[in-house]
Design a protein around this ligand. Structure first.
Ligand SMILES: [Mn+2]
Length: 485
């Protein structure tokens, strides 16, 4: 990837202005910030635009604007066939599309692509001929782990690939590696091993060397900086603490028995607020519920940021970015990544505060509507009462809250701009028994239309409005099959 990064860097240096296009999630925001910071640093004018997804409408808009050079970060590789009319470089970790595949397999969704390519290769017209050449040369420069046979879900994130280029643009920008780590944990790349591996490891070394980041083995539960202790335990899902997770009373009883002050004045204390002694005491008490090895994870800290704030730890940092992105304020998070600790940070915190309230309200909405149960799944349809960008989190919270059964995966429907968003949430236990929601989303959308994908315990899809019933019947049957096999 280093060679590819060098070529992309050279192409960028030759440009006088660059349009950066990135995704609105934590990895996308980190990617875009790294790209923009590096270009600023070497004096290349740049603009950034955050998008929910890359599609033909966006490409046509870009073609109309006709920017000198477009830098796609954390997206782009899957849509090479759409980009023929633009001058682009790509740093991405999603599976790249292969120009020749579509013709062999003209599936429904690929038909449009195939016919577009036929036009491109129609040599009878001189204009088309010119286009065909640039496409056939496949001039698109990409940094992408898949191109060297690595796994884009663990080896490196979009932000990591952007960082490889930033480092080539200016070797003194090693601290940007710490932002790339935020992107990587935002995309859960450390989940499988409890730490970052592969190319992410090299990026981590740069981050540590720059002094912007520390890696420590510590409690792996999410929320060590800002969550009150009882919530740290109550919401623990990786690993789950049997008997405590999802049970507020049990958590309080457990903590009361430990002789640790749970509050400092009016404020609830978090893990980061505890003394080393208190942390050790709580850790060993928790290890009665789950093996120590599972409770420990590698944690990535920003030693120069204030302890007890989301900026001090990479996962909470990523959550802050995600909250901004979800409410259409990716630009705020972008400024925070680039170093703003004033107005943008204040606004981002406010937004996150609002986000938390919104989640609490959304939980109430779901309780009001009620969860319905089928043979193998449970579901809820919230209509337009909860934003589609948040429905997945809410579904996960409901399933983890202990207020509903965890024996069946939960599907939540919400109205979206482009149809109905379905978020599926499941548990590691169900995954162990063969339930894979990512595969399920793929199979169902193949049958009833729409697009879907994700992970085994958390996946999503967008389907046509009115197809909810079809979705449920199929999903119920597929989960049944998965459990039986
Ligand atoms: Mn990503």
């Amino acid at each position: 990837m280093k060679e590819a990064a060098k070529r992309v860097a050279q192409r960028l240096r030759d440009a006088s202005s660059v349009m950066i296009i990135s995704h609105i999630d934590a990895d996308g925001i980190s990617s875009g910030s790294i790209a923009s910071y590096a270009l600023d640093h070497i004096g290349i004018e740049n603009k950034i635009r955050f998008v929910k997804k890359l599609d033909e409408a966006l490409i046509s808009e870009l073609e109309a604007e006709n920017p000198e050079l477009v830098w796609f970060t954390d997206l782009g590789s899957g849509y090479l066939e759409l980009l023929g009319g633009l001058d682009v470089v790509i740093t991405d970790h999603h599976v790249p599309s292969e120009p020749d595949e579509a013709e062999e397999e003209p599936g429904e969704e690929k038909a449009a692509v195939t016919s577009a390519r036929k036009t491109l290769f129609d040599f009878s017209e001189p204009a088309a001929k010119k286009e065909a050449k640039s496409y056939a040369d496949s001039d698109i420069l990409q940094v992408n782990p898949h191109l060297i046979g690595r796994d884009g879900s663990t080896d490196i994130s979009g932000a990591g690939t952007a960082y490889l280029v930033a480092r080539e643009l200016a070797s003194e920008l090693k601290w940007l590696a710490s932002i790339a780590i935020v992107g990587a944990v935002g995309d859960l790349q450390d989940r499988r091993e409890g730490k970052l591996t592969g190319s992410n490891r090299e990026i981590l070394e740069d981050a540590i060397e720059s002094g912007a980041m520390e890696a420590v083995m510590d409690i792996g539960l999410y929320g060590r900086e800002t969550r009150p202790l009882y919530k740290l335990i109550q919401y623990a899902s990786e690993p789950e603490l049997k008997g405590l997770s999802g049970n507020y009373r049990a958590c309080m009883r457990f903590l009361m028995g430990l002789d640790i002050d749970l509050k400092a004045g009016e404020r609830w204390r978090s893990w980061a607020d505890l003394t080393r002694m208190e942390q050790r005491h709580l850790f060993s008490a928790l290890s009665q519920y789950v093996p120590k090895e599972e409770l420990l994870a590698e944690i990535y800290l920003f030693p120069n940021e204030k302890v007890g704030t989301p900026l001090h730890e990479a996962k909470e940092f990523a959550t802050l970015l995600n909250s901004c992105g979800r409410y259409g304020k990716a630009e705020l998070a972008f400024e925070v990544c680039k170093g703003d600790r004033g107005l943008a940070l204040d606004q981002a915190f406010n937004l996150q505060g609002g986000h938390k309230k919104y989640l609490v309200e959304s939980m109430k909405v779901i309780k009001e509507i009620g969860i319905e149960t089928m043979d193998n799944i449970q579901f809820v349809h919230v209509g337009d009462r909860i934003m589609d960008s948040v429905i997945g989190i809410v579904a996960g919270m409901i399933l983890g809250s202990g207020s509903i059964s965890k024996d069946k995966p939960l599907f939540a429907f919400a109205e979206a701009d482009d149809g109905i968003k379905v978020s599926g949430r499941s548990t590691d236990e169900l995954a162990g028994r063969g339930v894979d929601l990512s595969e399920l989303m793929g199979r169902v959308t193949k049958e009833i239309g729409g697009i879907g994908g994700g992970h085994n315990v958390a996946a999503g899809a967008t389907i046509e409005s009115g197809k909810e019933q079809d979705f449920l019947l199929l999903a119920d049957r597929i989960v049944g099959e998965m459990l039986d096999s």
